[in-house]
Design a protein around this ligand. Structure first.
Ligand code: ATP
Ligand code: MG
Length: 248
């Protein structure tokens, strides 16, 4: 619902791409509380892929913004990283293998530079911090290339699957939500792909991409307004830490 807080809110129906720290889902959204799951990740979420890869590169948490910043001066085609499930024929995602590929690539880069992997741990073994030993000592251009290649692998899959979701639903509107939606490289690729197909794409304002109270209030307001939810004078409610969108 966070894109509804923008000056140019979307109209129903649309395809929603939810890319956060815990979720990667494509949904068909026909109205308030009317969600159909089209596909989702079978393992890590897109945000997790950013965070885990960033950790291997010795970047802080949350890793997404840090990895995106490092990627700015890098070549997204420098390293061929996997695009899991890209041709799976469905709308599911998988990002766990990418993290392993980034780990292996980072170790190869350290070895190729003759960097000493001994950093208090055995050669090739990850430090407790999770960073690949020696990676932080590599030239900035190499580190930026791996960050850019990682970002490109994640964005590529998200863009292609979103385009497939638009094609199978026949919808001409895409709404992006969740922290990874703040990624400028993902945004520019989605803008280009949607532009080619005559699809309108909506994003939350940058400061409303990650978890925030305004989107929760907006979701509640829209449910009240649509009559889906009756206002309760006592403001009592049950806490549901896991509430599948389709069950709302
Ligand atoms: N510019 C960016 N590029 C890539 N990833 C980003 C960027 N900014 C934030 N992220 C990622 O967004 C995620 C956080 O988003 P969000 O707050 O929506 O998730 P969450 O609330 O933790 O997950 P969920 O709601 O699914 O439980 C983190 O994984 C973070 O690395
Ligand atoms: Mg959240």
């Amino acid at each position: 619902m966070s894109p509804f807080l923008s000056a140019d809110p979307p109209q129903f129906p649309f395809v929603a791409l939810l890319v956060s720290g815990g979720h990667t889902q494509l949904m068909r959204v026909d109205g308030v509380g009317r969600y159909e799951l089209l596909g989702e990740t079978i393992d890590d979420a897109a945000g997790e892929a950013f965070d885990k890869s960033a950790k291997l590169m010795g970047l802080g948490y949350p890793g997404g913004p840090a990895l995106a910043a490092l990627a700015e001066s890098g070549d997204p085609q420098a390293y061929a990283l996997p695009r899991p499930l890209l041709h799976s024929g469905n709308l599911d995602f998988s990002f766990a293998g990418l993290k392993t590929a980034v780990l292996v690539q980072s170790q190869k880069m350290v070895a190729s530079q003759g960097e000493v992997a001994w950093n208090g741990s055995a050669s090739g073994v990850k430090l407790a911090s999770g960073a690949t030993p020696g990676f932080e000592n590599l030239p900035l251009s190499m580190r930026a290339d791996l960050a850019a290649s990682t970002q490109a692998a994640i964005a590529d899959v998200l863009v292609k699957k979103s385009m497939t979701a638009l094609k199978v639903t026949g919808l001409k509107r895409l709404v992006v939500a969740g922290g990874v939606g703040a990624n400028t490289s993902l945004r520019s690729q989605l803008n280009a792909a949607c532009g080619q197909r005559g699809v309108r794409v909506h994003y939350p304002e940058l400061h409303l991409c990650t978890d925030n109270g305004a989107m929760i209030a907006m979701a509640a307001a829209m449910r009240l307004q649509s009559g889906l939810q009756a206002a309760r004078r006592d403001y009592a409610f049950d806490v549901k830490p896991r509430w599948p969108l389709q069950a709302i």
